[in-house]
Write a protein that binds this ligand. Structure first.
Ligand code: SF4
Length: 182
């Protein structure tokens, strides 16, 4: 059965790329970069195992960002991407793998994404001024013209979302603020 190890799905986000997006955080990462801000997502222990159809049914926006953990370490990410493209969903994929070293299904998968933000986080090249990137070695690859470079100049780091609950999100380490809101 096609399933995914999902940590969290968020809706109505504006800080993980242009447009109002859905965001999926997958769980599990083989890369384990020194200084990663999400080490709690390294483990492959099942947390919230979701079937492909259930993930798709959770997609509300026309644009989505996939991150983690390491999305490409999900065995069936290619199948999910194919289904998202059939629905004309714009996809931004974060991966800690080096784009030029990808082969096989992983390479097939990234090539289907509109934008890929790749390369492992390098703590020696950490740069907090970069939009959507933690270190200067990380690169954006545009595989389609759905998004433009100018879409990736936004600097907003945090957002407060009022759904049925109050949710505070950030692209940097905001665990101290999350603790305050608990
Ligand atoms: S690839 Fe991403 S999630 Fe994995 S260790 Fe590196 S920064 Fe963390």
């Amino acid at each position: 059965m096609i399933t995914f190890n999902v940590h969290h799905i968020a809706h109505n986000s504006k800080i993980y790329g242009p447009s109002n997006r859905d965001v999926i955080w997958f769980k599990g990462c083989h890369i384990r970069c020194k200084g990663c801000i999400n080490p709690q997502l390294w483990s492959f222990d099942k947390e919230n195992e979701m079937k492909l159809i259930d993930v798709l049914n959770n997609v509300e926006a026309n644009d989505i960002t996939l991150l983690g953990g390491e999305p490409l370490d999900q065995e069936y990410l290619l199948e999910l991407i194919v289904e998202l493209k059939k629905r004309d969903i714009g996809i931004i994929l974060f991966t800690g793998y080096s784009y030029k070293e990808l082969t096989g299904r992983k390479l097939q998968t990234v090539k289907l994404c509109d934008v890929v933000i790749s390369e492992p986080f390098d703590i020696n090249k950490k740069d907090d001024s970069l939009y959507l990137r933690g270190s200067s070695n990380q690169i954006l690859t545009f595989n389609t013209n759905r998004y433009q470079h100018s879409d990736f100049l936004e600097k907003t780091e945090y957002e407060l979302v009022i759904n049925d609950t109050l949710e505070f999100r950030g692209r940097k380490n905001i665990s101290f603020i999350e603790e305050l809101l608990k």
